[in-house]
Ligand binder design. Structure first.
Ligand SMILES: [Zn+2]
Length: 345
């Protein structure tokens, strides 16, 4: 019965003239020979010039994505992709290209000349930033967590309130990432080549969370180890790039991920900064990481979040539980709560 439905009813199409069916087949064969190859084969010619720079890593750099598909734009700031061929139908385009709407920009370069990339979500008037990897490959799980957040926001654009422009900077210390992980961009935990501390510092050997102009000293502490705070406060190019990016114009809030102390801290330079404390409490409540009023294990000089408090910008530091796990569900809840807070304050 099923086959009869629609075939012989009153609305059925009249039979095609004798030549109709062969012509349809010829058209289909021609389309398969020409157009279909674009779906599985090389990109259609009108894409080649636009995509070539996006699919090629900058000279001397490893491809930035180890496992992601090659259509993800990389390297320098990428304009949103759009197809310009007026005759191509939407259906004939490879869908992954259209799905990649994430906008990236390079906000500066490291001591070794590697790019600091920011991924942008939303276009509201209030700017905020989520930053991973300030301590490079030594805290590589914070880099992977930031990429996880990037993927999440790309898949859930509704999570970004209309009032916000959210920047995610996954690797604020690309020199340290190269040292600890052996590549830029995305990587797998198996890629981590050095667990040792050198991956914590930038190419000049400076601890980038001892270089900021709050209680700066040339030699800082990391536990009981002395580390370089740089030749002067704000001496490092990574520090300068980040500082300029978050202060011009001033951001509404900044988050740094570190590992691993299982806590949330609020920035404040020698005195509590209530807006940062409020941020820390929002994140703590949603994520379950305890909020600690002060880091007491050792004296920290030249801290980024503390300097931001002096600029009137509330900043918090999230210390993951371990140096391997992403604590994804905790941070997903924390980020969503923070975005909602920033989006309505
Ligand atoms: Zn750290």
């Amino acid at each position: 019965m099923k086959n009869a439905v629609g075939r012989g009813g009153p609305g059925a199409r009249p039979p095609l003239p004798p030549l109709g069916r062969p012509l349809l087949w010829l058209a289909a064969v021609a389309w398969i020979a020409a157009g279909c190859t674009w779906l599985s084969g090389p990109l259609p010619p009108w894409h080649a010039p636009r995509l070539a720079p996006l699919l090629t890593a900058p000279p001397g750099l490893a491809p930035p994505f180890s496992s992601a598909p090659s259509w993800i734009p990389s390297g320098a700031a990428s304009p949103p992709l759009e197809h310009t061929n007026p005759t191509a139908s939407q259906a004939a385009l490879p869908p992954p290209i259209l799905a990649s709407q994430t906008v990236t920009q390079v906000i500066g370069y490291s001591h070794q000349g590697l790019p600091l990339e920011a991924y942008r979500f939303g276009d509201g008037p209030r700017r905020v930033a989520l930053i991973g990897g300030l301590h490079g490959g030594y805290e590589w799980n914070t880099i992977l967590l930031a990429y996880r957040v990037i993927d999440y926001l790309a898949a859930h654009p509704e999570a970004v309130p209309p009032a916000l422009t959210v920047y995610v900077i996954p690797a604020a210390n690309p020199d340290g990432q190269m040292k600890g992980v052996g590549r830029l961009g995305r990587f797998a935990p198996e890629d981590v080549v050095a667990e040792a501390s050198p991956g914590r510092f930038n190419g000049a050997g400076v601890d980038l969370n001892r270089n900021w102009a709050c209680n700066w000293t040339p030699v800082g502490l990391w536990r009981t180890t002395e580390v370089s705070g740089g030749t002067a406060a704000m001496s490092e190019p990574e520090t300068q790039a980040l500082a300029a990016f978050v202060t011009q114009p001033p951001m509404a809030g900044v988050l740094f991920w570190h590992s691993a102390a299982n806590a949330v801290f609020a920035g404040g330079c020698n005195e509590p900064f209530p807006p940062a404390i409020e941020l820390a409490q929002v994140y703590s409540e949603a994520s379950g990481y305890p909020y600690l009023p002060a880091f007491t294990a050792y004296v920290v000089t030249g801290d980024a979040a503390d300097w931001l408090a002096d600029q009137g910008i509330p900043a918090i530091e999230i210390e993951l539980i371990s140096r391997e796990r992403l604590d994804w569900e905790q941070n997903r809840r924390g980020v969503l709560a923070l975005l909602a807070y920033w989006g309505t304050e």
